[in-house]
Design a protein around this ligand. Structure first.
Ligand code: SF4
Ligand code: SF4
Length: 302
């Protein structure tokens, strides 16, 4: 029988303990924090590990990293990117070998905001939601690209909340903790209201509204990573008790329907919208889920 939404993960905590039922969540938060600290290492400690921002950066003053959406916009707007930008985009394409939207789950600074809204939704029992098609994000992605051609500018970068949040966190650095806080407020400026609006949109209007339905950055990363190596698999789906905890916490629950609930075809969650967050693994008391590589399925276990 399905567990109450607000109690998703409780059974796993009771059975497997706190660490084991939160391990991917803790690892993801550590990854997000570590990347932010790498950006802040220059202003705070005088050694740049990552210089730049979430759209374009330089790792250890050597390896460039470029947001592929920004590069596409630049090309379509008629600006030929510098060679370093091309190399940076190629490096990010290697990310595609890892799989799906790993950026969303493990890197993006907006992910904790979206997760907080989803967590509050569950705790407050806010299940009513306006409905938007999840394919809308691909429409927005196309509109952004066409808009860049027409306007001759990097259209999305004016409002991109991923970049905005990153800029606020990174360039909000001042002297000392107080200076950092003051700088943070100044750097976010009016943009903080966009982040607050997205949070409230997720909390009160559409469940997983921004990341699950609108964000073109996540949509493009999904397309790039769709043939990636890492995949979540409902490997022991025959053990599923239909407690629904994984569906309660998954930001893209529709992708679990076929492999888990219908138990049709391959057990892998072979969908480009999976953000590889591992939360389904955390909260499943029956240990149904595992991380596999796609090569695992080229053998006998299809
Ligand atoms: S969908 Fe967009 S905002 Fe959400 S985590 Fe992915 S990149 Fe970040
Ligand atoms: S299927 Fe699992 S790993 Fe993929 S998004 Fe849902 S909870 Fe996260």
């Amino acid at each position: 029988m399905a567990n109450p939404v607000a109690q998703a993960g409780r059974e796993a905590r009771q059975r497997h303990g706190w660490w084991r039922s939160n391990r991917f969540l803790i690892l993801r938060r550590s990854s997000q924090l570590l990347i932010l600290l790498m950006f802040l290492s220059g202003p705070l400690w005088g050694t740049w590990i990552l210089r730049g921002n979430y759209s374009a950066s330089l790792l250890l003053e050597t390896i460039p990293l470029t947001d592929p959406l920004m590069m596409l916009e630049s090309l379509l707007a008629g600006h030929w990117p510098a060679w370093l930008v091309w190399v940076g985009a190629a490096v990010v394409l290697v990310y595609g070998l890892i799989g799906n939207r790993v950026f969303c789950g493990w890197v993006c600074p907006l992910n904790p905001v979206a997760d907080l809204a989803a967590w509050l939704r569950r705790k407050l029992g806010l299940r009513q939601s306006a409905s938007l098609p999840r394919s809308l994000r691909y429409g927005i992605l196309i509109a952004v690209l066409v808009g860049s051609v027409v306007s001759g500018t990097l259209l999305w970068e004016w409002v991109n909340p991923v970049a905005l949040m990153g800029r606020g966190l990174i360039h909000g650095t001042g002297e000392g903790a107080l200076g950092w806080l003051k700088g943070l407020v100044a750097a976010f400026g009016a943009g903080i209201w966009l982040i607050v609006a997205l949070f409230l949109f997720d909390l009160l209007v559409v469940e997983h509204g921004w990341c699950g339905h609108l964000c073109p950055v996540g949509a493009l990363y999904g397309v790039i990573g769709s043939q990636g190596v890492v995949q979540i698999s409902a490997e022991r789906r025959e053990n599923c008790t239909r407690c629904m905890d994984c569906l309660h916490v998954c930001p893209e629950p529709q992708i679990l329907r076929e492999p888990l609930l219908l138990q049709k075809g391959t057990p892998r969650v072979a969908n480009e919208t999976c953000i590889a967050c591992g939360r389904c693994i955390d909260v499943c008391a029956e240990n149904v889920f595992e991380i596999k590589t796609k090569f695992h399925y080229s053998g006998a276990k299809k």
